[in-house]
Each structure stands twice: as C-alpha cells, then as structure tokens.
Design a protein around this ligand. Structure first.
Ligand SMILES: C[S@@+](CC[C@H](N)C(=O)[O-])C[C@H]1O[C@@H](n2cnc3c(N)ncnc32)[C@H](O)[C@@H]1O
Length: 264
C-alpha cells in the first residue's frame, strides 16, 4: 500500500505506468543536443531516475534536479554524484543564469502563468542555450473533464472551497509564438498522441491518481479526498466504455528551442 504524503505526490503510484510515462521523456530527450561540459537544470525532476539519464546523455558537467516534493526527492540520493545533484525548490521561485539547458518533463503544467514563466526560463539561458519542455495536454479527455465536473459538485465544491484544478497549459501555437518572441533562433513544437493500452477503464483512475488527482490530494484532508476520488471513479466509469483492453489516448505538447549563438 502506498502511504499518504502531505505534498500529494505518491512515487509508487506515479511509477505504476513507468514505461508509458517514460516514453515522452525519451522523445523530449531526443530533441536535445549534447551540452558537452555545460550546465543543465531539470525542473520538477521527480525521483531523479530520468535526471540521471538526462545528465549522462547530454554530457553535462553539472546538472541540478529541482523538485518541491519531499516524497519524490527521497529517491534521488541513489542517483546523485558525478556532477549531478538535487535540491528542494519551487520552479516558480527558481533562479539561475548562464545555463546551457533548461529541461522540464511533465512538470511545468503545475506552474501557473506561463506568460511570465517562459520569459524567466529563457533569461536563464546563455547563448546557444536550449529549452526542452514536455507537458500533458489532455484536458478535454473525460479522465480530466470528469475531475473538473466532480470538483464543482457538492460536497466536494465546499471541501475544495470552489477550487477546480486545471493544468496551466497554453495552446501549441501560443508556445511557438512565445518562443519566437523570446528570441529563440530555432524551435520545434509538436503535439503527440500517446495511445496507451490499459487492461480496463478502471486503470484510467489508477493513472490519474498518480498525476492529475495529486492536484486535489494536495488540497483536501484524507477523508474528503477519498470521497472525491470515489465520486470521480463512479462518474468516470459510467462514461467510459467497458473495453478490454482499454485505449487511452493521451495528448502531450513537446517543445524544444535554442537561443542564437550570440545574444541579439
Ligand atoms: C509528473 S512528475 C514528473 C517527474 C519527472 N520529471 C519525470 O519525468 O519522471 C511532476 C514533478 O513535478 C514536481 N513539481 C510540480 N510542481 C512543482 C513546482 N512548482 N516546483 C518544483 N517541482 C514541482 C512534482 O513534485 C513532481 O515530482
């Protein structure tokens, strides 16, 4: 059984669909060019397993993994060393300069206000520095829409004090324009659909328990969260077909951009 964590993240639950969750990381990493002896940061690094992969593949001299979840960071010790280290911190308050790579896999959707976040990230890069970001963009699937619907029903709306969680993502077009305005010389922005074959529709609940629903687990006392999760499960399973295997299409935005060789 996974233990309840005060920060909402449950590393065991997140790792239940490890292969499916890791594929977008590798697709993003494939867009990144080595930074040979440079400095990289992995924002929202989670357990650090993939940060180590990033550190090795980019050949960075120094990589820092940043995360605000103690539950996730507890796992990072085994990966630290050889220029890789981990620090507890909030992406919203993170400051750095002259980085060669800012990397964020499946984390920036939790950070509000991308109109101010992206200029801050761009300003952390040196000339020829790279920004690489992957974010889920599945807000229109019932797995996400039903969570918003249940959050607006009683008694959950009162327990949540009117809060409805929505990932802080913009459209792919918005990111393309923003990257150009921020002075990136090259860019690649795409939406990719990852088609997951789950044993049944009830596994969609297990999936979102490890990600989206942490946005509610963070804010509710355990009994209220359990009532919310039960209502979510009931509603979702009346909507989804009882197909086995169950096809769960999941859209993600992948973006990569590089600054000019010399600042303009
Ligand atoms: C879906 S996990 C992804 C972890 C890792 N990047 C991976 O690909 O396995 C999202 C991570 O972002 C972290 N996170 C979310 N919001 C954050 C913030 N504002 N500051 C720092 N970390 C944050 C969470 O604690 C969690 O570990």
């Amino acid at each position: 059984m996974t233990s309840q964590r005060p920060d909402g993240w449950q590393p065991d639950q997140y790792a239940r669909f490890r292969a499916e969750r890791e594929q977008p990381f590798y697709d993003l990493l494939n867009l990144v060019e080595p930074v040979y002896a440079g400095r990289a940061v992995d924002l929202g690094c989670g357990t650090g397993k993939l940060t180590q992969e990033l550190h090795i593949r980019t050949m960075a001299e120094e990589t820092i993994g940043i995360d605000r979840s103690e539950a996730m960071l507890e796992h990072t010790e085994q990966y630290a060393g050889s220029g890789l280290r981990f620090e507890r911190g909030d992406i919203a308050a993170f400051e750095a300069s002259k980085l060669d790579l800012v990397f964020a896999n499946a984390s920036l959707q939790w950070v509000e206000d991308h109109a101010s976040l992206f200029p801050r990230l761009a300003a952390m890069l040196r000339s020829a520095g790279q920004l690489a970001v992957q974010m889920p963009a599945n807000e229109d699937h019932p797995s996400h829409a039903v969570a918003r619907e249940v959050a607006q029903q009683q008694p959950h709306a009162d327990a949540l004090d009117g809060f409805v969680y929505r990932h802080a993502i913009e459209s792919p077009e918005w990111y393309a324009e923003q990257l150009a305005r921020l002075g990136f010389a090259e860019q690649h922005v795409r939406v990719q659909v990852y088609l997951h074959r789950l044993p049944g529709p009830e596994d969609v609940v297990e999936w979102v328990k490890g990600s989206l629903l942490t946005g509610y687990r963070d804010r509710l006392p355990t009994p209220d969260y359990e009532a919310f999760e039960a209502a979510y499960r009931d509603r979702l399973l009346t909507i989804l077909p009882n197909d086995r295997p169950f096809l769960y299409p999941f859209k993600r935005i992948l973006l990569w951009a590089r600054k000019p060789e010399r600042a303009r």
